[in-house]
Design a protein around this ligand. Structure first.
Ligand code: 5RP
Length: 220
């Protein structure tokens, strides 16, 4: 099975979590795009849906959904999103698509966070994937220097502006052995809007597609 087929499998498996009357948050990325396609089958179960990015909002609308703001839905029953990396502690790296800030807000506002990945995303230690950090534009060189002090190699994501009008530093060469600690420390740096470590609010369920099928992990 190739990676695209695995992403489709993971997206399909998440449909089982859509219960009648649900208030749903939808993430961003190629795996989530497949989830949006699958979601049309269970349209009548969804009471309200909100999106983590403009791109997802457009895709949901194109699929015939009315998309609400988080302020209208209130807290969510379920958030479904992909990840760039995941580990056995349900910690994630996210933000490859640049939507990390709104993704973190929706994850925080949700009772349950189901993460859909293929097995290429599974790692023992986070940090092989460069860590996305959303930064206020005027602070980019200051934050980059702090990243170098933390032994990372920050690279500005060229030509990319987030939905919030900010820039992204992709920080290479970090070995994230203590994700909650690094998330908290980087969050304290002036000018950082969001760090792409999702550890203080980890996933609750990971649905990982591999050749043998879907592997499900539940956080206690
Ligand atoms: C977007 C994200 C995505 O979840 C992450 O990049 C994974 O994307 P894909 O499903 O395309 O592999 O965090 O900001």
């Amino acid at each position: 099975m190739d990676q695209a087929q695995k992403k489709r499998q993971a997206a399909r498996a998440a449909i089982d979590f859509i219960e009648p009357g649900i208030r749903l948050g939808v993430g961003t990325g190629s795996t989530v795009n497949l989830f949006i396609e699958e979601l049309a089958r269970v349209r009548d179960r969804i009471a309200a849906v909100t999106a983590s990015s403009r791109e997802t909002e457009q895709r949901l609308k194109a699929a015939g959904f009315e998309v609400a703001e988080l302020a209208e839905t209130g807290d969510l029953d379920l958030y479904v999103d992909g990840a760039d990396e995941a580990n056995k502690h349900f910690h994630l790296i996210k933000g490859g698509g640049g939507a990390l800030t709104r993704e973190k807000v929706l994850a925080a506002a949700s009772r349950r966070f189901v993460c859909i990945i293929d097995d290429s995303k599974w790692v023992a230690v986070l940090g092989r994937f460069p860590l996305p950090v959303e930064v206020v534009p005027m602070a980019q060189s200051y934050v980059a220097r702090q990243m170098v002090r933390a032994r990372g190699q920050p690279i500005l994501r060229k030509g990319f502006v987030t939905d919030n009008g900010n820039v992204i530093l992709d920080v290479h060469q970090l070995s994230i052995t203590n994700p909650p600690d690094m998330e908290a420390r980087f969050n304290q740096i002036a000018g950082v809007v969001t760090v792409g470590i999702f550890a203080s609010r980890p996933a609750d369920v990971i649905l990982m597609a591999e050749d043998a099928g879907i592997k499900r992990f539940d956080r206690r």
